[in-house]
Design a protein. Structure first.
Length: 301
């Protein structure tokens, strides 16, 4: 196979591992900077250029699109889809997962366990939305936040109202969620590829930190999932329409609740925690599924 990977930084662990895994299996993989691609949106003749040359002849595309470049990155990916190149994850699925509100609505529609989540535009109803979320403490999240940034734990009604008013004053959209105290600053990341969980780890936050992101000093260890957790992760990936993703869950008293579905999960933490070849499994999925023009959406929606 000839594979192209959309990524801003070819030196990141995840991107180097995917390239190594592809080449070890006899494929070629070219890494191109997503933002340096440009497109000719011509009728029935879509084209993509990079460094003055047309990108063509690829069998598959691996989108490693950062949250800050979602709009342009999914536009480039759609162009590849319209050219018949098979994507590891489709543009529509990435768009769903990156919109925190939309993703929560889709997960709720499919009956997947979630923390109680509220959303409002008017800061004057701050007290009401906090109560709807079960009262303080509550977690307040920026819709555009990533890697634990833009997430605040408000312990009191007064602090929750102040944070909500501050965010809304800057015209920023937020979600208010119940705080799952029993999770104890830990969460579960399940890696789903091709409709099955291939690996899972438990992430624990640094001392005094309620966020468990590894980027914020958290630690990881291998964990065994319950059948319900495994099913929840697979259903969440399906709801987003993602072939390969990380599903982040908390262990609540009433069962697993999904916090986020990550369409470009980092591989370093989970490969080192589990000792598994996650990158190789992703390439193997492409080997079994690549077919020109097989995308479900063909760049639509």
């Amino acid at each position: 196979m000839k594979i192209v990977m959309l990524a801003r930084n070819a030196t990141l662990y995840s991107h180097k591992r995917l390239k190594e895994a592809a080449e070890a299996r006899g494929h070629t993989l070219d890494v191109v900077d997503t933002l340096r691609c440009y497109m000719n949106i011509a009728s029935r003749r879509p084209e993509i250029y990079y460094n003055g040359e047309k990108l063509e002849g690829y069998d598959a595309v691996i989108p490693r699109i950062g949250a800050s470049v979602t709009f342009y990155g999914t536009a480039v990916l759609r162009q590849f889809e319209m050219m018949g190149v098979y994507p590891l994850n489709e543009s529509v699925g990435i768009g769903r997962s990156r919109d925190k509100l939309r993703s929560m609505q889709l997960l709720a529609r499919d009956g997947i366990g979630l923390p109680v989540t509220t959303f409002a535009h008017d800061p004057k109803v701050a007290d009401e939305v906090v109560e709807l979320a079960g009262g303080t403490p509550v977690v307040i999240k920026l819709l555009e936040g990533t890697q634990g940034l833009g997430v605040v734990l408000a312990d009191t009604k007064r602090s929750a109202k102040s944070v909500i008013e501050a965010f809304r004053a800057s015209n920023t959209n937020i979600l208010i969620q119940e705080f799952i105290k029993e999770a104890g600053g830990t969460d579960i990341r399940a890696l789903v590829v091709g409709g099955r969980v291939i690996a899972a780890m438990k992430r624990s936050g640094a001392e005094g930190e309620f966020r468990s992101n590894l980027h914020r000093g958290g630690s990881a260890q291998v964990v065994k999932l319950s059948p319900e957790e495994r099913s929840t992760a697979v259903r969440a990936a399906k709801a987003m329409g993602l072939n390969a993703c990380g599903v982040d869950m908390l262990r609540a008293n009433h069962g697993p609740v999904v916090m986020e579905v990550n369409s470009s999960p980092g591989l370093e933490g989970i490969e080192k925690a589990t000792g598994l070849d996650i990158a190789g499994t992703m390439i193997e999925y492409l080997e079994k599924n690549v077919k020109s023009g097989k995308t479900k959406t063909k760049g639509k929606g």
